[in-house]
Design a binder for this molecule. Sequence first.
Ligand code: PGA
Length: 248
Amino acid sequence: MKKLIAGNWKMNGSLAANEALVKAMLEGLGGAVPAADMVLCAPAPYLAQLGGLLRDSPIAWGAQDVSAHEQGAFTGEVSAAMLRDFGCRYAIVGHSERRQYHAESDVTVANKAQRALAAGVTPIVCVGETLAEREAGQTELVVKRQLAAVIHVVAHCTSEIVVAYEPVWAIGTGKTATPEQAQQVHAVLRAQIAAATQHPERVHLLYGGSMNAANAASLLAQPDIDGGLIGGASLKAADFLQIVGSAR
Ligand code: PGA
């Protein structure tokens, strides 16, 4: 399976900055087929711009969140069908920043994943423990609980999701999980997926949390790490391309 490298721009960018960044990435690729599948997840207002810039390119685009509802009186929310309208192939759901700052529960995250799938958008489901949970020896318990909620709701579509293991203590902190720490959790998640679907090999298991050009190769060399979800380093074309290049 080809690896998947997803950039999470978070709340960064502008029309001008996005255009410069995307053009630098496309120039850097130079028309070659990338070593990994690539996706850029932008703030919702810029999805149309990405659609224009990335059309006929090997880079897909995605959103950073999606509503748990289909349509209607949900002011400020963006539905999965709207994302699909803009050619979005992916939507991050359950990022720890959404769980933390918007009090998203496991059930809400599961419903978001389900809405995305129903509209033909691949959810990138984020799971991960806080530092306190890791220190209390609860890492496996937490990530399994978070993933179980999603598997329960998406059921026979489990093979169509992407899962990103993002230890909260590693996000934006410069503290990466060691390849061994990440692999240990990925193996647990892989087993959980294998128990839930007949096609576990279709599910990409991404690692996220301070992944960068220097540490990507050793993380991506782990047997159960099928790609990365990259925050800070996805805002620099050269760094992001180097991560993609190390995904062989
Ligand atoms: P980071 O963010 O690479 O900046 O740590 C990863 C993420 O939050 O998805």
